[in-house]
Design a protein around this ligand. Sequence first.
Ligand SMILES: [Zn+2]
Length: 368
Amino acid sequence: MDKSVLERVSMEFHCGLLRFLTSLASEKEPEPAFKFVGNVHGDEPVGRELLLRLANWICDNYIKDSLARLIVENIHLHILPSMNPDGYFLRRRGNANNIDLNRDFPDQFFPVNNDINARQPETRAVMNWLREMQFAASASLHGGALVANYPWDGTEDKRRNYYACPDDDTFRFMASIYSHSHHNMSLSKEFPGGITNGALWYPIYGGMQDWNYIHAGCFELTLEISDNKWPNANEIPTLWEYNKMSLLNLAASLVKTGIHGRIFSSDSGMPLPGSVMIKGINYTVKAGKGFADYHRLLAPGERYEVVATMPGYKPKTTRISLDEAAMTLDFILDPEVTTKGSLRSINDCRCESNCGLEFFWRVHSQPF
Ligand SMILES: [Zn+2]
């Protein structure tokens, strides 16, 4: 294996969970992060198998395949093949305590117990992982159906209805990337286009998908990748071929679509870890702490007003027309003027050591 590839791939064990990092996760870069999580349900092992193949395929094809190279060089891709290894060995849905991990996350409508310590160890590990690492998007892999499922997963009144989240258009776009790249998911007779709103299919509460979007700033899909939960081992290569382009295209869409940029202070030039909002969409994307980079997935073919904010600075709005390609859009914010008339910049780096912040000036808006 090429040395540079080896340098970009690391493996680590964390709380009994096997996490493959197909890019060097600790590397500090203004890049978005994407994660795949498999085997949430112990009796749905196909995702686990496909994610191991995905990690191997990317390593094997990094040199010769442009999509593999794009992912490795532009995205921090994390692959967790099994979130529920105990359930896998017991060949059952729940974990060792027989708890369904996809009902164990804090819920927006029914907060029975939001104490992280009351969660199962696997749930807690994922929640802590997302506190340490900022992911822009992700997908968990399930079995027993063939459809790409998007938020919301639950309704407030527990009825089975289409229950749209603020980013419904964007999620439909993401889910369609998966279904249309798949061998036959988009041809589904049960689900038009091979996608579904979770609550329209069947409402669930305590799911990982909605928690990611609400609490972790992460656009997560729930992918049902095989009608048969336990296919024969000799069917795995075919299932891999059916899902390969979907997995690759979904991850790559994180940099091939949407709006990406950084936020800076006009007086100091320092990166500002502010926020970005789209007018008319009640959702905030936070810029990273180190580089102040933000990555905002959005449905293409629309006009948007993008607003960058940072406490102590004047908000700035830019109108854009987003097509299929990604757009780079940086913001330079002016400090608010205090009553004394002096400029105030609350986020200037004053530490004497190298804190990872850098001066970086650029203003442009162009296709990625
Ligand atoms: Zn499942």
